[in-house]
Ligand binder design. Structure first.
Ligand code: FES
Length: 169
């Protein structure tokens, strides 16, 4: 009696076999699709690290707007993202590269954009002000200094990377 219980009928055998083979084939077809869908997300972004933006000997003490583009790869999407920096040499001769993005609500700041503040960065959206070194002027809307670009000088050329917050008030 118990021997009969454990016997597998022809129908059951076919069911098991076809299910196993079908599952194996389905896995073979799905694996490449799953890999295609997930792989770019798991891979780290391949953002272009540093971009040549100016010759060091052409940088003056007056902040100058420099436009450049970075290559960005975001999962499946590749793009060229336009960037802007305010670049100048400070009184010590060090290069300063500031982001033009206002720390209040993200408008674009301009050097000497306000005739009453000819030696400051000015944000026209809500009259935000920053000192030449990017420090926000107390009493104006921005609550933090302008971000600074990661920078590197190689063979007389200035390279910029990502803009990073500098903390502060
Ligand atoms: S966005 Fe610049 S002051 Fe408001």
């Amino acid at each position: 009696m118990s021997e009969k219980k454990h016997r597998v009928s022809r129908r059951q055998f076919l069911n098991y076999t076809l299910t196993g083979v079908g599952g194996f084939m389905a896995a073979g077809m799905l694996m490449p699709m799953v890999r295609f869908a997930v792989d770019p997300v798991l891979r780290k972004g391949v953002d272009q690290e540093m971009v040549a933006v100016a010759q060091v000997d052409e940088i003056t003490e007056e902040p100058t707007r420099v436009n450049f583009k970075i290559q960005q790869v975001d999962a499946w999407y590749e793009s060229e993202e336009p960037k802007t920096a305010w670049v100048y040499k400070n009184e010590k001769g060090d290069i300063v590269a500031l982001s033009p993005v206002c720390k209040h609500l993200g408008c674009t700041v301009n050097w000497a954009g306000d005739k009453n503040n000819p030696t400051r960065f000015y944000c026209p959206c809500h009259d935000g002000l920053y000192e030449k070194d990017g420090t926000n002027v107390p009493g104006t809307p921005p609550m933090a200094p302008l971000d600074g670009y990661v920078q590197e000088v190689k063979d007389g050329t200035l390279y910029l990377g990502k803009a990073k917050p500098r903390g502060g008030a």
